[in-house]
Design a protein around this ligand. Structure first.
Ligand code: ASP
Length: 372
């Protein structure tokens, strides 16, 4: 039999064998998807031609561990961030400006793990990462390992707009900040007692685990650190925003202190374009969660690629990645995403995610827990 014919025949046999399997998997996952979506707050927003979506981190955020005063404080800053971005969009401003403004508000609040309020590294320092991306042009800027930049999102934007590069790190990035007149602050600016205590608890837990003899009678290694540097206190708290402006352009931005007890110059997913932050002409994504998984699974770009290559709607593409692929891999967290039609998705696989949305009607909707 000629080779092309043989190939065609084996492809046909394979298709017959695989098709029923593929169909049933698709049906099961569709049903599963419907079940999940009905309990989430994703909404088709295509009646809104423009708008902004934000997050303030995902993780173990339970209703019973949040006092009503604290919950009100979170809701107030999230609303303020939405309003900052929305007023720019309402005046015909760009999605890039809206994202920058919203992220700045959250960076300046000690409640979130970005800018003031960033978590501490193993060595008791604050080390900040951020990124921004312009969906229309695919220009991007990112920064990592900062110790003195008050608003890392502003520096990421300067890298994108004022340098020929995409990513700058550490002392070099801070020298660039100085050159560009980006505000620098002493390291003590980032200190908050709450984050300091979180580091002490993580260090204590790690020490205890190392001292606990394993079943073989040997002391255990620092496995908690490798699994999750903050031990059981998975509160990520990174901030991010995605926006669609009146001209139909998308942008995404994210800013973080990383993970409590991180070490060795660890850089997470936030400044890795395509992992924690990504935007193109059809989709914009900002993520929060256990960064190592978001890097390995190139989460933000994967969501946009599924839309592009598989022609999936935003909701389905983002749910597939966050609620299926990441869950199977053990990657905790969530994303906010927007498409060029103004649809919004906010899937997360953790107990909660600080999040909010404001469309052209100017009505803010803010949520924290799974069930509102
Ligand atoms: N994704 C961030 C990181 O791994 C952490 C977070 O979302 O809070 O650096």
């Amino acid at each position: 039999m000629p080779v092309p014919l043989r190939r065609a025949l084996s492809a046909a046999i394979l298709a017959v064998l695989i098709l029923p399997l593929g169909c049933s998997t698709a049906l099961t996952s569709k049903r599963e998807e419907d079940r999940r979506m009905s309990s989430s707050d994703d909404v088709s927003r295509s009646t809104h031609r423009w708008g902004i979506v934000i997050h303030g981190g995902a993780g173990v955020i339970k209703r019973e561990s949040l006092t009503s005063e604290r919950e009100a404080a979170f809701r107030a800053v999230l609303t303020e961030a939405l309003q900052a971005g929305h007023s720019i969009l309402a005046h015909g401003g760009t999605s890039l400006d809206a994202v920058t403004a919203a992220v700045r508000v959250m960076e300046d609040s000690p409640l979130f793990n970005a800018g003031k309020g960033a978590v501490f590294t193993h060595d008791g320092k604050n080390e900040l990462d951020a990124a921004i991306m312009n969906g229309r042009t695919r220009e991007a800027g990112s920064v990592a390992g900062l110790h003195h930049v008050k608003n890392p999102i502003v520096l990421a934007r300067a890298v994108m707009e004022k340098s020929p590069h995409v990513m700058m790190i550490g002392a070099g990035a801070e020298a660039f900040a100085k050159q560009q007149g980006v505000e620098l602050v002493p390291e003590s600016y980032f200190y908050t007692e709450e984050r300091w205590q979180a580091l002490q608890r993580a260090l204590e837990a790690e020490k205890k685990q190392q001292q606990t003899p394993s079943e073989q009678g040997q002391p255990q290694g620092p496995s908690t650190f490798w699994e999750h540097p903050a031990g059981r206190e998975h509160k990520f708290g990174t901030v991010g925003a995605v926006a669609l402006d009146q001209a139909g352009n998308l942008a995404a931005g994210t800013s973080t202190g990383g993970m409590t007890n991180k070490r060795f110059g660890r850089v997470g997913d936030v400044p890795v374009i395509g992992a924690g932050t990504y935007a193109n002409e059809r989709c914009a994504v900002s993520a929060t969660g256990h960064g190592e998984y978001f890097i390995r699974y190139t989460v933000a770009r994967d969501i946009c690629s599924r839309m592009e290559y598989l022609d999936l709607p935003l909701l389905e593409a983002s749910h597939q990645v966050v609620m299926d692929i990441l869950v199977k891999a053990g990657g905790e967290g969530g994303v906010i995403a927007m498409d060029a039609q103004g649809n919004v998705a906010m899937p997360f696989n953790s107990a909660g995610m600080y999040r909010g949305y404001m469309g052209q009607d100017g009505v803010p909707s803010v949520a924290i827990f799974k069930e509102q």
